[in-house]
Design a protein around this ligand. Structure first.
Ligand code: SF4
Length: 197
């Protein structure tokens, strides 16, 4: 347990080194999951729906994810505060890439430290973040191999994670929706997480 607490501290330090605005550890059982958010991937359809191995309908979905969560005691959650003008522009892709890379790096760190079942997830689709220029997700092709195995992770939305409730739990301020006319310098957030044993 002592070693685990040391690892948690190291992971949080690493998250801040990677540029997160905040990172903390919560009980995994508290991670809020709601079917309706996975439904939003399908209707209205996200451009990545069905086009990535890490997005619906190719991921386990909210019901199975709730059961899957029971295997874990803790979840490290992190967020990046990002100006709305970036989030509402094509530059969002770059931010999404950073979220995925951060989740993947922290997951790999936990696994290399002995938490073999550690599993990272990221806000946003890896198709949009990494493979927009490619017609096909390589992991869905006969090759069945992701182009970015050490950087991309499954979409949290596709699993039904409720980011608003998660923000409340983590003590993060989050507006209720995407502003039509964002106030200059105002920020939204993008988040990721790593499930830990
Ligand atoms: S190849 Fe990997 S990164 Fe690209 S869309 Fe498929 S799962 Fe995502």
């Amino acid at each position: 347990m002592e070693d685990f607490q040391v690892l948690i501290g190291q992971m949080i330090n690493q998250a801040f080194d990677l540029g997160v605005s905040d990172a903390k550890v919560l009980k995994a059982s508290l991670l809020p999951v709601d079917e309706k958010f996975a439904g939003f991937c399908k209707e209205p359809p996200c451009p990545s729906y069905g086009r990535s191995k890490s997005c619906p309908p190719h991921v386990m979905g909210p019901v199975k994810f709730r059961n899957y969560l029971q295997k874990f005691l803790w979840v490290l959650v992190f967020k990046f505060d990002v100006p709305w003008d970036v989030l509402l522009s094509n530059d969002r892709r770059g931010v999404s890439r950073v979220i995925h890379e951060t989740a993947a790096t922290l997951e790999i760190m936990a696994r290399e430290s002995g938490v073999e079942q550690a599993k990272g997830f990221a806000g946003g689709s890896c198709k949009e973040a990494f493979c927009m220029e490619h017609v096909q997700c390589l992991a869905l092709s006969p090759e069945k191999t992701c182009r970015f195995p050490n950087a991309s992770r499954q979409s949290m939305s596709g699993l039904g994670v409720d980011f608003k409730k998660l923000s409340v739990l983590a003590g993060w301020q989050m507006d209720t929706g995407i502003p039509k006319d964002p106030i200059p310098d105002s920020t939204g957030l993008m988040a990721g997480c790593v499930l830990l044993g």
